[in-house]
Ligand binder design. Structure first.
Ligand code: SF4
Ligand code: SF4
Length: 166
């Protein structure tokens, strides 16, 4: 991870409380222009984000996985879905399925995903900063800003673009 990314994550960790208050206000504000503004910020930030120099999500967070993901990835790996399940997946007490290991076993030495074309839907969508449900997911967004430098920068830019007194 480059030094600027580390600074973004540190700032996000220090600003957790204030960010939480901001996101709560954003949620209740029902701001009409929130989604287009957010999507534009997401686009701009990811244009200058080098995920291959980071991979912090793959290194620190077990990816959520669905039955469709399991079938698709198992087919790609040419193994039975039951074998994939046994080798790579755990189910938590809520019945939610996730990858067993962090760093993810499919991350290679160059920070590349070796199952990129068929990766879990949750990996494809991470860090969910271009989704209309963004203001509803306060805890998830706060958690993501401490893992993903891009999510931290996006939230900082959103706070400037849609200022709400906190
Ligand atoms: S499946 Fe690929 S994108 Fe998802 S956590 Fe593993 S290495 Fe990262
Ligand atoms: S999505 Fe975020 S945490 Fe994952 S590699 Fe890209 S910048 Fe890093």
């Amino acid at each position: 991870m480059n030094p600027e990314d580390n600074i973004s994550l540190l700032n996000a960790k220090e600003s957790q409380k204030i960010n939480e208050i901001y996101l709560r206000k954003l949620k209740s504000s029902n701001s009409e222009n929130m989604v287009p503004v957010l999507r534009n910020i997401h686009l701009v930030v990811f244009q200058s984000t080098d995920c291959l120099s980071c991979a912090n999500c793959c290194k620190t967070t077990p990816a959520l996985i669905t039955r469709q993901d399991v079938k698709r990835i198992a087919r790609f790996l040419q193994i039975p879905a039951s074998q994939f399940f046994k080798l790579y997946v755990i189910t938590d007490f809520d019945g939610e399925m996730m990858m067993k290991n962090v760093p993810c076993v499919f991350l290679d030495q160059e920070n590349k995903c070796t199952i990129y074309e068929v990766r879990p839907e949750s990996c494809r969508r991470y860090p969910h900063t271009d989704e209309k449900e963004y203001p509803q997911r306060i805890s998830l967004n706060i958690a993501n800003t401490t893992i993903c430098p891009a999510a931290a920068i996006i939230l900082e830019r959103l706070k400037k673009a849609i200022p709400l007194s906190v």
